[in-house]
Design a protein around this ligand. Sequence first.
Ligand code: FES
Length: 107
Amino acid sequence: MPIVTYILRDGDRREIDVPAGTSVMEAAIHNNVRGIDAECGGCLSCATCHVYVDASSTAEIPSADDSELELLDGVAAERRPESRLSCQLVVMPAMHGLVVQIPPKQG
Ligand code: FES
């Protein structure tokens, strides 16, 4: 399975085997990764699943669509070029090596 690494707010790292077809948000929730609130459950309406794709990431990830880009305007932490909504990052084999950072706040 693809491995996704989460960098937590305290700098700890969690490496998780994520089944293909599972979003980065869902994998975080299922594995008790702290800092991704996902209040809307992945319906693309809350922006509390914000992550930063880390510069060390080796994964190929699809670009954000217009709906995700629009909702990223509402994130609580600083929006950066590497900002993504983790509910929209559905893990596929090519995403092995994805590294995401949890932002300092979600809401
Ligand atoms: S979980 Fe709500 S926008 Fe991602």
